[in-house]
Ligand binder design. Structure first.
Ligand code: URA
Length: 204
């Protein structure tokens, strides 16, 4: 049982509290806390990542670790003000496995994504973004219910059932894994171009 099942959630503050009480899947057991979305209560853009990482789990805020730094730089280069954007994740608790003393990120499975979607739906209802940007496959899966490759969904904005524009791009952590500097720069420029296109799509 969770709060959203029995009480109406009418503000982001209530939503954050409900997310912290969530027992809809087992991920709450090992995480420090739920990491709610962050940003204005009404925002034109909503950015949806996968799940909090190690740093986010501790801070209770989304995208404050290494992937967040890449995201911040790309948003700046795309001319998007993060402070005006609602930033959240498809899954609100950190999923990891221990490797020695380190907590290593584990990708959430479809069950966990489905169980957590109620919170993203609530965020979308409250914030009413004009454009939602899915960062990576987990966010795309949560928002569309389909498992599609990023290559298939990228570059072509779609319209969701409620009229919101959906833009799919890579997850910024993918850039952290590219070793070749030239490849990394090119992939970063592509990512920035996707964010710019999303900003344009949102203005229509
Ligand atoms: N990766 C995500 O998908 N979300 C975060 O908040 C941090 C890293």
């Amino acid at each position: 049982m969770d709060q959203a099942d029995d009480k109406p959630v009418t503000s982001l503050r209530q939503l954050a509290a409900a997310e912290n009480e969530c027992r809809r899947c087992p991920l709450y057991r090992d995480a420090t806390q739920a990491v709610p979305g962050e940003g204005p209560s009404r925002a034109t853009f909503m950015l949806v990542g996968e799940q909090p990482g190690d740093k986010e789990d501790i801070a209770g805020k989304p995208f404050v670790g290494p992937a967040g730094r890449v995201l911040d730089a790309a948003l700046k280069d795309a001319g998007i003000d993060r402070a005006q954007t609602f930033v959240t994740n498809a899954v609100k608790h950190f999923k990891f496995e221990m490797r020695g003393k380190r907590r290593l990120h584990k990708r959430p499975n479809n069950y966990e994504i489905e169980r957590c979607r109620i919170w993203l739906d609530h965020e979308r209802e409250l914030v009413q973004p004009r454009t939602v940007i899915a960062l990576g496959v987990t966010a795309a899966r949560s928002l569309t219910g389909k498992t599609l490759t990023i290559a298939k969904m990228r570059k072509v904005p779609t319209t969701m059932a409620d009229g919101t524009t959906l833009v799919v791009t890579i997850h910024p952590s993918a850039l952290l894994r590219i070793e070749d500097e030239a490849d990394k720069r090119a992939a970063y420029q592509d990512f920035v171009a996707d964010l710019k296109a999303a900003a344009k799509a949102g203005k229509r």
